[in-house]
Design a protein around this ligand. Structure first.
Ligand SMILES: [Zn+2]
Length: 463
């Protein structure tokens, strides 16, 4: 018995595209084949004629905000935004700034327990936690085995910011994660170089928003990427480079991969579509939207990243969603640039932007897009039931119209930011329906899911 049959669509996997029906039973994919609909004459039908049937996107890099008394809707609202964009699983970091308490940010286990308690019954799609290991925690390395055993096999450490990890602790974290089947994610920027450039800029009175980008050169990112890889190699551990933004850093990852080392890297939609020309805008209100770390890079870096996605130097695309607001965290007149919150929203625009620029733009195949947005993130992050249209996997599915054109406008998005970096961008392709474990979440342009329908995912060990 099938609970639902998706009929007549083009099923896309990381390997191939083919016309097939998909039968769903008990929330899982039960059958995929040409005559599945005929075999289930009494099952409800969802017509997918002229549509692509994609696995739901797995966005492994978000900084969603925890619900608070003043803003009880925020986590739920961003999960709804994810669903509208075709993302059925997201991972959140619970770094300071996401609303975690002081107690929760001092210990990894306390942080996990608080995250689970405060997100219980909130999310519209499935989600999980990626922890943050910081220089401000009491003894994070000791807690890593328990964290991994509790379903959080990945955690991020920073080489910059005041909560950065010095090299010797980064090394210890890499070894502890790798030794227990986990994987450390590293924000790679050289703090010595950046701090010196920032000090110099401030001394010259260069406090404007654009100086944020000018003080974070590509060689600072590349050097830190090289160092993180070297430390991982010495630790005998895998390492995952978050939000890689430039050709210089990509070269470090590609060289490590060529040697067969377990080095993985993601890039983000904004590095694939926007450039540092945005920092030339005369209006600070425009520039502040692109205050992110690493900053937007040159047109040639942008080209190199697409090449990296085609050739395999880059493993996946994730959003680094930060729901900052122009009315609050990014208000103008802005303070001197080091005090501006870093980050920009993206949880809702991942699939449309990557499809429009990547697939419709001729950079990657639709199969490679599925690999980058669903299959590889699920595999690398210990989500065995997610990320592919295969019998037995969760029926997290997106019906996608690749030909429909639309213009991205903040006023039509559902995220909790108050702007989008893609305002006015015309994109080819739009999400028609989204299913989470076989249940409709988006239908006919409307949210039809439920608050709390999404489950916290305890993940298995990775790679
Ligand atoms: Zn991030």
């Amino acid at each position: 018995m099938a609970d639902l049959v998706i009929r007549g669509g083009t099923v896309v996997t990381a390997a191939r595209s083919f016309r097939a029906d998909v039968a769903i039973a008990d929330g899982r994919i039960a059958e995929v084949g040409e005559t599945v609909a005929e075999a289930h004459p009494h099952a409800p039908i969802l017509d997918a004629t002229d549509l692509l049937v994609l696995p739901g996107c797995v966005d492994v890099h978000t900084h969603t905000r925890l619900p608070t008394e003043e803003q009880p809707e925020r986590f739920f609202a961003d999960s709804v935004a994810a669903a509208f964009g075709g993302t059925t699983t997201f991972l959140s970091f619970n770094n300071p700034g996401t609303g975690i308490s002081d107690e929760g940010s001092r210990s990894l286990i306390a942080g996990l327990n608080e995250f689970r308690a405060r997100t219980e019954g909130e999310s519209a799609v499935d989600f999980g936690l990626s922890a943050v290991i910081s220089g401000q925690q009491d003894d994070p390395i000791r807690e890593l085995p328990e964290l991994i055993a509790s379903g959080v096999p990945t955690a991020k450490a920073f080489m910059v910011y005041e909560f950065r990890m010095p090299d010797e602790r980064l090394f210890a974290a890499l070894r502890a994660m790798g030794g227990h089947g986990g994987m450390l994610q590293v924000h790679c920027e050289n703090a010595t170089i950046i701090d010196a450039l920032v000090t110099e800029a401030l001394e010259r009175g260069n406090v404007g928003c654009r100086h944020h980008a000018l003080t974070r050169p590509t060689y600072a990112e590349a050097e830190a990427t090289h160092r993180a890889i070297a430390l991982a190699r010495a630790a005998g551990a895998p390492v995952y480079i978050v939000h890689l933004s430039c050709a210089d850093a990509l070269a470090e990852v590609a060289a490590a991969k060529a040697r067969g080392w377990p080095v993985y890297a993601e890039t983000c939609p904004h590095y694939l579509t926007l450039t540092d020309a945005r920092y030339d805008e005369p209006d600070e209100q425009e520039v502040i939207k692109s205050v992110i770390s690493p900053p937007l890079r040159s047109e040639s870096d942008r080209g190199a990243l697409w090449l990296g996605l085609r050739a395999g130097g880059l493993d996946l695309v994730a959003t680094d969603h930060v729901p900052d607001r122009l009315a609050l965290e990014k208000r103008c007149p802005a303070p001197p640039f080091p005090q501006i919150s870093n980050g920009a929203p993206g949880i809702e625009t991942l699939l449309s932007v990557v499809h429009a620029e990547g697939v419709a733009g001729g950079q990657i195949s639709v199969e490679r897009m599925v690999d980058l947005l669903a299959t590889t993130p699920a595999r690398l992050f210990g989500l065995a039931t997610k990320g592919a249209i295969e019998v037995g996997r969760d029926a997290d599915l997106v019906l996608f119209d690749p030909h429909a054109r639309r213009t991205i406008r903040h006023s039509e998005l559902h995220h909790t930011s108050d702007f989008t970096p893609y305002e006015g961008r015309e994109v080819a392709g739009t999400v028609r329906s989204v299913l989470l474990r076989g249940q409709p979440v988006i239908q006919g342009g409307a949210f039809v899911g439920g608050r709390g329908a999404g489950r916290f995912l305890e993940r298995s060990t990775v790679v």
